[in-house]
Write a protein that binds this ligand. Structure first.
Ligand code: ZN
Length: 101
């Protein structure tokens, strides 16, 4: 069995960004579509894709405690860690792990 990790890097909008209120929901919807597409492609190959929370380097303790936790790729949580206590809002990302058939 081969696995490959791929960071789902993205420029997550921050609450301090101009227009944050307007475009954060669009961004989230786009991002979810992208994850769903990756999941679909992996499954079409007979593989499976796991989505793991990757805590930000400056993440709060609640987020760090969730680092490496699996999330549902069919419904990725936003923010990644709902218990996040950071004043900037959760800045964690996800890593995808494709498990080859
Ligand atoms: Zn976080």
């Amino acid at each position: 069995m081969t696995t490959s990790d791929q960071e789902l890097g993205h420029a997550q909008p921050q609450p301090s960004d101009p227009g944050y209120e307007t475009y954060s929901s669009d961004w989230t919807a786009e991002w979810r579509k992208d994850v769903a597409e990756r999941t679909r492609r992996a499954r079409a190959d007979g593989s499976d894709m796991h989505l793991l929370i990757k805590a930000h380097i400056d993440a709060c303790d609640a987020c760090k405690a969730q680092n490496g936790t699996e999330a549902d790729p069919d419904s990725p949580p936003e923010p990644p860690v709902s218990e996040c206590t950071s004043s900037r809002g959760c800045v964690c990302t996800f890593t995808s792990k494709v498990v080859m058939a």
